[in-house]
Unconditional design. Structure first.
Length: 472
């Protein structure tokens, strides 16, 4: 997919150059290099080389125009006997969880380092408020996240740490049909698919009415026409009022029904494949992660227990685009469940934290859904190349700036910080951010709002000052 994306962007660069070369509208592009620079900036990067290095973050938004065709030549006619298929009730993969929640010990702030008073020649601790924060740095400053996480664990708060290695194994399939999880899994908002909606409605009905909790493999099998017809036949016999979800679709693609059997032609399967190719690919990726022991069936809901019982876990990263989507899907499921449980309660008494020491590596569309959960305090580290950096920083009043080499922040971010700041130890944007380029490993700048109980929060003055962080 990366090669296809690079190829398409190269074509776009060439087309832009040719358009400008032949245009009489005053557009001036002197070289292919200029054209590449313009296209790169359209994608949010400063150069063609930088864009190529960040294809991992672009490819999630890049989809092939045509569905996969690899299996189209493998289909043969299928005949299915009527009344042979059986759906058995099954136990939920994860039993009902204890919904009791304990209140937390409130903390006002957490220490991030010390600042030196040059006049008094003394050092004072500097702290962050218990609110969202972002670390922007071209070097690894994740020790700040680890230090803050250590402090909040000591206060008995729940924390989820997105980092390099896991200390747990998730089970994202077990609750997939709850809270619209299956719709998010198949990206139904982005890709409208009437058949998949009928399929989801059918399986959600079977789960609720006959206690059927299908495995990933059962769902995979049921996406193919043979499985769909078997489920349809069982519904006609046992739950006829629910069979209409699938009946119209099967009629439309030409299912042949005789007295004792159904006949599925090769042509029908080829038509149907185009409606399920993406979903099959997704479920195959999910099953492989279970087969590879990355995910595993759990007797308890690990993420729910983390939040409700004030535990601390690490969720590791693997280089798999599907994996990141599945993990963020789980995070959003439990966050939604937790949000409902604390409704009408004082949110401050039920706060939880999520940390991420590499925002670019974890960045997915689903991760952004966590933004509207007011119980969640988020701490992110980014190299300044996040596609969502402006959105994050527009809502965050605590920014830690580490050493910056080859990081070009948007001017809107720098101007916003400059306009709000009343006290500058030194202008960090001066001389092409020279002050940030020469920082030592344990030095950072902290931009934050002054604590003033007499002022409305949105009207507080901001400070930008150098601090020495606690390096582990």
């Amino acid at each position: 997919m990366n090669n296809d994306l690079v190829g398409n962007i190269k074509i776009l660069i060439k087309s832009l150059y040719q358009l400008a070369d032949k245009s009489s509208t005053g557009i001036t592009i002197k070289s292919m290099h200029d054209s590449a620079q313009i296209i790169s900036k359209m994608y949010g990067f400063n150069s063609w080389n930088e864009l190529k290095q960040n294809l991992e973050y672009l490819k999630k938004d890049y989809t092939e125009d045509n569905p996969r065709t690899a299996k189209l030549n493998l289909f043969d006619e299928i005949r299915i006997k009527k009344g042979k298929f059986i759906i058995h009730s099954s136990m939920p993969l994860i039993p009902n969880q204890d919904m009791n929640l304990n209140e937390i010990n409130l903390i006002q702030d957490v220490i991030v380092g010390k600042k030196t008073d040059k006049n008094l020649k003394t050092s004072n601790f500097v702290s962050l408020e218990a609110e969202d924060f972002v670390i922007i740095s071209s070097v690894d400053n994740s020790h700040i996240i680890r230090s803050i996480r250590k402090q909040i664990i000591e206060f008995g708060h729940a924390s989820i740490y997105l980092t390099s290695q896991s200390d747990i194994k998730l089970d994202p399939w077990s609750n997939i049909f709850e809270n619209n999880g299956i719709e998010f899994l198949f990206k139904m908002k982005e890709y409208k698919n009437d058949f998949i909606m009928s399929w989801i409605s059918t399986f959600r009905y079977l789960q609720h009415e006959v206690n059927f909790h299908p495995s990933v493999i059962q769902c995979l099998d049921s996406l193919y026409l043979e499985g769909i017809v078997q489920v349809y036949d069982w519904l006609k016999i046992n739950k006829p009022n629910a069979a209409w979800y699938l009946q119209k679709y099967l009629d439309d693609i030409g299912l042949i029904e005789n007295k004792n059997e159904y006949i599925i032609s090769k042509e029908m399967q080829e038509i149907h494949w185009k409606n399920i190719a993406k979903e099959v690919e997704t479920l195959e990726a999910m099953q492989k992660l279970y087969d590879d022991k990355v995910f595993e069936k759990n007797d308890t809901d690990i993420l729910w227990n983390t939040l409700s019982q004030r535990k601390s876990i690490k969720i590791g990263l693997i280089e798999n685009v599907f994996y990141k989507e599945f993990v963020t899907l789980e995070l959003n499921r439990v966050a939604e469940q937790y949000q409902k449980q604390i409704k009408n309660k004082l949110t401050d008494n039920y706060k939880a934290w999520i940390f991420c020491d590499n925002l670019e590596a974890w960045e997915t569309s689903n991760l952004l859904l966590l933004n509207d959960k007011d119980f969640l305090i988020k701490g992110y580290q980014t190299q300044g190349k996040s596609l969502n950096l402006i959105n994050f920083l527009s809502k965050i009043d605590q920014i830690i700036l580490g050493k910056m080499i080859n990081i070009n922040l948007p001017h809107s971010i720098m101007d916003n910080m400059l306009n709000k700041t009343q006290i500058w130890e030194e202008n960090i944007w001066f001389d092409d951010k020279k002050a940030l380029k020469v920082l030592k490993k344990n030095e950072v700048y902290l931009w934050y709002a002054q604590k003033d109980l007499n002022k409305i929060k949105e009207l507080r003055d901001f400070i930008c000052e150098k601090i020495v962080s606690e390096v582990e």
